[in-house]
Design a binder for this molecule. Structure first.
Ligand code: GLV
Ligand code: MN
Ligand code: MN
Length: 415
């Protein structure tokens, strides 16, 4: 049962099975450090072991499965395939999951045939790519790559729990994170199969495509602090309404991003502190997510938005606090590994269309320590970060074929 069709059917069934693990009934919401994520990790670990892999969890909780190289290979290097199992709030069932399960499926074929490669195959399920809980992305892959900043341990979630506390509550020791980082010298590269989350492949009638680059992004946490007051008694001219300031800023984001080709800007979260219908909002917190494929253009737009926020705050007599939570540069995928992936696509009978990724991926972090490449898989209507995310089993079968081709080619190259 290891043909591409059988494995694709199994991947689809497993995506459905994992979709039940959530902290919210009726939706897929799987933030870092929750029992829902642990349950998903446990199922995937069992599938990995069935495929002949040894499994472990590292200090931040990433699940790592290893299918050993042929025993006669001295000091084998490691090729990595994977994705993430955490999700946004009310997510679809494929974002991140497909990368992990297609990696497991690639190893299932090797295991069923008793084939060992001249390198280890490691399948990694990262614990936090989305940043839902702490508003900062790539916690798992940063720990894995050795680029984790200890200051991150003090960031808190919406309930005031620090990352360090959450790690401990899951039975792990934050102090072990540096030691858990992998030796970059051993890595041959990383490939992730991920839904496109955009319309290009569907429009081109292609099941898969090859990612050229992942755009850079900025995440900021912004607070406007005005003066809370009685909604019935404070005249309009005397108000310092934090929500009115935030509303102006939200529209400034739309304007600044909308006037630069290729830029996207989003205020995805907006919280009114101690909100009541008859109280003038005294404090509003919001998030900014700004992306562009040219880092200098993103930096320039960020400056313009900071200036806009400052002007709005001064004019309205409210205080402004701007914390840059994260900035990551545009990542160009590795040319050689991407060329190898494109050849694997061609051998599957598909024209290797190249396309950029507007979404962030763990490859951004991993590119600091190894060559990275990504395969995009067509998704219906380009819809993602939405329960309506949809892919076809036949496109997943193509995905399996491409990964098989890639592993076979790399095995020949390293024989
Ligand atoms: C992750 O999906 C991101 O691009 O924010
Ligand atoms: Mn996502
Ligand atoms: Mn993803």
């Amino acid at each position: 049962m290891t043909g591409t069709a059988e494995r694709a059917a199994r991947i689809m069934a497993r995506c459905d099975a994992l979709a039940v693990y959530s902290i919210e009934p009726g939706a897929i919401t799987r933030p870092y450090g929750t029992p829902a994520l642990t349950a998903a990790m446990d199922d995937v670990a069992a599938w990995m072991r069935n495929a002949g892999m040894t499994t472990r969890r590292d200090a931040i909780g990433n699940l790592i499965g290893v299918y050993d190289a042929a025993p006669d290979v001295p000091s084998p290097q490691t090729f990595l395939i994977g994705g993430h199992l955490d999700s946004v709030r009310n997510a679809g069932r494929y974002d991140g999951i497909l990368g992990v399960l297609s990696g497991v499926a690639a190893v299932e074929r090797l295991h069923a045939r008793g084939t060992r490669l001249p390198f280890n195959v490691m399948v990694v399920a990262f614990v936090d790519e989305e940043g839902l809980r702490f508003h900062t992305t790539y916690l798992g892959s940063r720990a894995f790559a050795g680029t984790f900043d200890d200051a991150m341990l003090e960031v808190t979630d919406s309930e005031g729990r620090s990352l360090a506390d959450v790690i401990r509550a899951n039975g792990r020791d934050p102090g072990d994170i540096p030691a858990g980082a992998q030796d970059p010298a051993s890595f041959l590269g990383w490939v992730e199969a991920h839904i496109e989350q955009g319309p290009v492949l569907e429009a081109a009638d292609l099941p898969v495509g090859v990612v050229q680059a992942i755009v850079g992004g900025t995440r900021a946490a912004i607070t406007f602090r005005g003066v809370a007051g009685h909604a019935g008694t404070v005249p309009m001219g005397n108000r310092h309404d934090a929500l009115c300031a935030a509303a102006e800023f939200v529209l400034a984001v739309e304007r600044v991003a909308g006037t630069r080709a290729g830029m996207v800007g989003t205020v995805g979260q907006l919280e009114v502190e101690k909100a009541s219908s008859n109280v003038i909002p005294g404090e509003v917190r919001l998030t900014l997510d700004l992306r562009h494929h040219v880092d200098t253009t993103r930096a320039e737009a960020e400056r313009e938005l900071r200036d806009a926020a400052r002007e709005i705050a001064d004019r309205r007599g409210v205080a402004l606090d701007w914390q840059e939570v994260q900035g990551y540069a545009c990542t160009v995928c590795d040319l050689d590994l991407t060329a190898a992936l494109a050849r694997a696509v061609e051998r599957a009978g598909i024209a290797p269309r190249r396309l950029p990724s507007g979404a962030g991926h763990d490859a951004v972090t991993l590119s600091a320590v190894m060559p990275v490449a990504m395969l995009f898989v067509r998704c219906r209507g380009g819809v993602s970060h939405n329960p309506a995310e949809s892919i076809t089993e036949s496109d997943v079968a193509v995905t399996c074929q491409v990964l098989d081709n890639l592993l076979d080619d790399l095995a020949r190259e390293h024989a």
